[in-house]
Write a protein that binds this ligand. Structure first.
Ligand code: CP
Length: 356
């Protein structure tokens, strides 16, 4: 709620009032981890478990011949392939539009690209975009469920859910398959360090918004250029420890992040100094008293944020994370189509009033 004092301060600074979102999000969308209650996340983990074990021929009939669009404005290996295979596993036909080989290159807008996908019968869209907030706009323009596959420096919800499944599978298998309800105490006493390029990382942001809700302590560690002090204001349960070795020595899990060279414009980062201070090496990992697991959303850059021997060591769960992406994304796609089926009227292809 806006207080009179806040309004007065804003007038003095001539700042516009924060806009209120003019549209509710579609019940089948997954835009942000904050839109999911702990009960919904428990259910998501349960559905991932069930769908993963289901007979593929049965699973293939769930949404046979329905259509889904994959709309990718940025490169992706893991997210794109796993969303595509997830949809196909449920019998859904998919089509891919990439910014590099489509009419986006000719200047077609996000709105018109979304409406085009809708006009060819797509009932949901997986969107990766370099602008934070793009999935909200696409949902507004199309009225379709939008599954956020990473928006700018904002969020990557499906990555945070698969990271959660990976963590829980090692420390609480009942929770990882949705057999026990997630609560604010599920990860009590569990500490995770998120390391490196926090500033540009939507993976870090989604995990920072999710893991403390389950009671986890999140320690952020990285140089000031990549980890501004205000990162702790994201929510409770988040602290900054600039000393990498101190942070990882307190941790049960270490989440390494790629230095996002494509987003470093204007930042003067000395990579040799970065490696000296923040690279995860076998020696540094071996010195950690809690034998922490190592996570990384990928793609990994061997020899930069972590050494090759760490990437390949038994404590590294990086490929397990990739593996968990498929069932989690099956559950998210199922949720989107189940929400569509629960709506009274199906989405219209042409006769809608186009919003400006
Ligand atoms: N973790 C992740 O988003 O990887 P991709 O960029 O390969 O999809």
């Amino acid at each position: 709620m806006t207080t009179p004092a806040a309004t007065s301060a804003r007038r003095k600074l001539s700042l516009p009032a924060a806009p209120t979102l003019p549209f509710p999000h579609h019940p089948g969308s997954s835009l942000s981890v904050t839109h999911f209650s702990l009960d919904e996340i428990t259910h998501l983990l349960y559905r991932a478990h069930v769908l993963e074990r289901e007979n593929p021929l049965m699973r293939n009939n769930r949404f046979a011949k329905r259509r889904l669009g994959l709309l990718f404005y940025e490169a992706s290996t893991r997210t794109r392939t796993s969303f595509e295979l997830a949809a196909k596993s449920l019998g859904i036909d998919t089509t891919l539009i990439s910014n590099l080989s489509s009419s986006i290159e000719k200047g077609e807008s996000l709105k018109d690209t979304g409406l085009t996908l809708r006009a060819i019968g797509c009932e949901a869209i997986i969107l990766r975009h370099n602008s934070s907030g793009a999935p909200w706009l696409l949902e507004h323009f199309t009225d379709l469920p939008i599954l956020n596959a990473g928006d700018g420096q904002h969020e990557h919800p499906s990555q945070a859910f698969l990271d959660l499944r990976t963590i829980l599978s090692r420390i609480s298998p009942d929770h990882s398959i949705g057999e026990s309800d997630l609560t604010s105490e599920t990860l009590k006493g569990f500490t995770i360090s998120i390391v490196g390029d926090i500033l540009h990382s939507r993976v870090a942001r989604s995990n920072m918004l999710l893991l403390p809700r389950l009671g986890a302590e999140v320690i952020l560690t990285g140089p000031p250029e990549l980890l501004p002090a205000l990162a702790t204001t994201m929510g409770p349960g988040i602290t900054i420890e600039r000393d990498f070795l101190t942070a990882i020595s307190r941790s049960n899990t270490i989440m390494m992040l790629r230095v996002q060279s494509e987003r470093l414009a204007g930042l003067d980062l000395d990579l040799n100094e970065y490696k000296a201070n923040y690279q995860l090496t076998a020696e540094r990992l071996a010195a950690c008293p809690h034998s922490p697991f190592v996570l990384h959303p990928g793609p990994i850059i061997r020899g930069l944020e972590l050494t090759a021997d760490v990437a390949d060591c038994p404590q590294a769960l990086i490929l397990e994370q990739v593996h968990n992406g498929l069932p989690i994304r099956m559950a998210l796609v199922e949720r989107a189509f189940a929400a569509l089926d629960a709506l009274e009227s199906p989405p219209m292809l042409f006769t809608r009033e186009h919003r400006s």
